[in-house]
Unconditional design. Structure first.
Length: 114
């Protein structure tokens, strides 16, 4: 099983980034897919979830700015991040969850400068 994130980088406050997570080795359309982030010195926190039925959920701090989506044909989940703030700076991780199976990607760094 592999979850490979991409799309991170350095952006100025107010800018946008789109993260991608390409999955392999799983039956993608069975899995709920999520994004989490971990800032330096802090615990990993939930950011967004898209269920296998494409329902979505977000942490309050990103509502209205971030959008999670999935493309089952490409086994890929996306996180569109707009109006980025310095406090969004973190390593962003992709997560796949189904039944007893739970997998993580290696993470991609997002840095937002003020």
């Amino acid at each position: 099983v592999q979850l490979v994130e991409s799309g991170g980088g350095l952006v100025q406050a107010g800018g946008s980034l789109r993260l991608s997570c390409a999955a392999s080795g799983i039956i993608f359309n069975l899995y709920h897919m999520g994004w989490y982030r971990q800032a330096p010195g802090k615990q990993r926190e939930f950011v967004a979830l898209i269920t296998r039925g494409s329902s979505t959920n977000y942490v309050d701090s990103v509502k209205g700015r971030f959008t999670i989506s999935r493309d089952n044909a490409k086994n890929t989940v996306y996180l569109q991040m707009n109006s980025l703030k310095p406090e969004d700076t973190a390593v962003y991780y992709c997560n796949a969850d189904y039944d007893v199976y739970n997998y993580w990607g290696q993470g991609t760094q997002v840095t937002v400068s003020s």
